[in-house]
Design a protein around this ligand. Structure first.
Ligand code: COS
Length: 380
């Protein structure tokens, strides 16, 4: 059973204070403009939030997955875009911390802690849920590798965003997911790496999502992350952690939407009494609150298991992602319904929350992909 430590409570309070003071006031504006909140990222880095799990020796604050989940949840209550920027960045740092050489850790984790953003480049136009179907190749040439391919839907990659990229590529096309994929750490300024189209999205509009194009992108052997052929396992292990981040984002959106619905239901008077005096609405609120709390607890349970390196951590992460994503959509939908016509206009934050929630059932593995991961683990 999850028990929060004093350190975790402190980080949660600090994140909540920051979210309310620095993020909430600009959330609507950056959503409308699709404006990347660089100032916010810089401030988060100054407070240590961009290197939460990075050990102090590499410039971070040395906390764990639970702290990451708590921070993402607090940010997502007020701004899902800011939350996902952090969540993806944490996933990349966690992978480098787990698999990087000493040199890679010194180089990339110190940059990450300064707020230079990491990107996870797995998905391709033809390889989404079937992540192992990727086509990007890495061909050995002397003591370097030449990467060719196109990655899509890459969070934190934008015209001006993205510092380092974990790129998954085929080194042995015949072996595919069973030893044929290798992970590489590629710098933004590496010749041959460029940013393609940046997507215009329904939600999380202030975070950048772009194509990453690799054209005869030559990297040295030092860019290999982990072992040759270990890439698919690294990607899956990374996603086990990343899914907790997205689940935390979803649980945070649900918490934010529930709070908005409660405020509105208490204030809005129809038929001579506040909406909240109607039993039909009270039952909505009860269902919303129960699913929100269940999502929050499952996120924290998954994060604790990840920190403890529990053998079930990946399965619990998939459960958290599945449940919290579905809960976020359910809760934002009812919260909008409670707002009536006012929920449909941009003056109220619920309109944005409703749009932002939708992606949490899709990225870092759709709800259907989570069911594949869960059922495989349970049936094993
Ligand atoms: N951690 C470590 N290793 C893992 C792993 C995990 N969580 N999951 C699988 N592996 C290993 C397997 O053990 C297997 O290793 P061996 O080669 O030693 O046998 C290897 O990886 C291949 O696994 P598997 O055969 O299960 O691969 P599949 O192609 O069948 O994978 C799923 C299927 C659905 C699990 C995978 O493709 C998936 O998670 N898809 C969703 C992808 C996703 O989330 N995309 C979003 C990207 S970010 S927006």
């Amino acid at each position: 059973m999850f028990q929060m430590t004093d350190d975790q409570r402190d980080i949660q309070n600090l994140a909540r204070e920051f979210a309310e003071k620095e993020v909430a006031p600009i959330a609507a504006e950056i959503d409308v403009d699709g404006h990347f909140p660089q100032d916010t990222v810089d401030k988060l880095a100054d407070l240590g939030f961009m290197g939460l799990c990075v050990p102090e020796e590499y410039g971070g604050v040395g906390l764990d997955s639970v702290a990451e989940a708590l921070v993402v949840m607090e940010l997502a209550k007020v701004c899902a875009s800011t939350a996902v920027i952090c969540s993806l960045h944490y996933m990349v740092s966690d992978i480098i911390l787990e698999k990087g050489t000493e040199e890679q850790k010194e180089n990339y984790l110190s940059r990450a802690s300064e707020g230079k953003l990491g990107c996870f480049c797995l998905t391709e136009p033809g390889a989404g849920t079937d992540a192992g179907g990727l086509k990007t190749t890495a061909v050995k040439d002397g003591d370097s590798y030449i990467l060719n391919g196109t990655k899509c839907f890459i969070t934190n990659a934008g015209p001006e965003q993205g510092d380092h990229f974990v790129v998954f590529a085929l080194t042995d096309p015949e072996k595919k997911t069973h030893g044929g994929i290798t992970a590489f750490l590629v710098d933004r300024d590496n010749p041959g790496l460029s940013i393609g189209k940046t997507e215009d999205k329904l939600g999380i509009r202030a975070s950048k999502t772009s194509e990453v194009i690799l054209e005869d992108c030559r990297v040295s052997e030092d860019a290999i992350l982990g072992e040759i052929g270990e890439g698919f396992k690294i990607a899956m292990w990374g996603l086990d952690g990343g899914r907790i981040g997205i689940a935390a984002q979803a649980a945070g959106i649900a918490q934010g939407a529930l709070a908005e619905a409660v405020n509105y239901a208490n204030e809005r008077v129809q038929f001579g009494k506040p909406l909240s005096k109607n039993q039909g609405l009270q039952w909505y609120i009860a269902d919303m609150a129960t699913r929100t709390e269940a999502a929050r607890l499952l996120v924290l349970e998954a994060a604790q298991k990840r920190a403890d390196r529990d053998a079930d951590a990946g399965c619990t992460a998939a459960m958290a992602k599945l449940f919290a994503g579905e809960a976020a959509c359910y809760v934002t939908d009812l919260a909008l319904q409670i707002h009536g016509g006012y929920g449909f206009i941009k003056e109220y934050p619920i309109e944005r929350m409703y749009r932002d929630a939708r992606i949490t059932r899709i990225y870092e593995g759709t709800s259907e992909a989570q069911k594949m991961v869960i059922s495989r683990a349970v049936l094993r």
